[in-house]
Ligand binder design. Sequence first.
Ligand SMILES: *Cc1c(COP(=O)(O)O)cnc(C)c1O
Length: 248
Amino acid sequence: MLHTAVAGRIAAVRSRIADAARAAGREPSGVRLLVATKTQDADAVLAAVDAGVDLIGENRVQELVAKAPALASRLAAGTLEVHMIGHLQRNKINQLLPTVTGVETVDGLRLAEALSARCAREAVTLDVMVQVNVSGEESKSGVVPDDAAALAHDVAALPGLRLTGFMTIGARLLPDGSRADDAAVRAGFARLREIRDEVVASGAPGTASARELSMGMSGDLELAIAEGATIVRVGTSIFGERPAAPSA
Ligand SMILES: *Cc1c(COP(=O)(O)O)cnc(C)c1O
């Protein structure tokens, strides 16, 4: 896709974000755009960066490693942050860490401990978020809401990690298999905000920084912003529909 087309779509998304923030009585600057770049090539990612994007998200370690050389100078200069937003396996940590500034998908203590051990050994600090499965859909990763605060407290206390907040993917389906309506999607986002508020209010070590709410995508970012999102993750509204995944 042409750089100018990407820039135009990013501008349109930014105005959606600003409108949603104002409608919720919030400052537009309180919502950051993360551009989800899965399946896009390095050139498309750089088009977004050239349009002023300073935060991108990738889902797969393999893709991150492939695109890392194109992003390295911006990462080193501190002008670009790269977040892992897909499910992470512990055996991929060593490959992942040099390519990212943050991991939004910490969904268990063993993964957090493995990240911590590696970061502590390298004397670096990694931004992490706890991923919560607010909708309970089986296809989604994330800790169940009732266990999220306890996991956050454990993660916050680990060396080498800085807990910056919480991440979720909005509901798609209700337990009976029907499509989630706006009220159900919003309820899930509200749940994430309540978890964040509870953890920050606890005053436990390492929890004061846990203020981010990464929630909302192309289809539901307005609902997420109404419920307090501080980061929205947008792919399709910028790059168009992704090609279907190649069959294995
Ligand atoms: C792909 C993806 C997004 C972006 O979703 P769109 O609907 O394409 O905007 C956000 N978050 C995660 C975790 C994703 O995998």
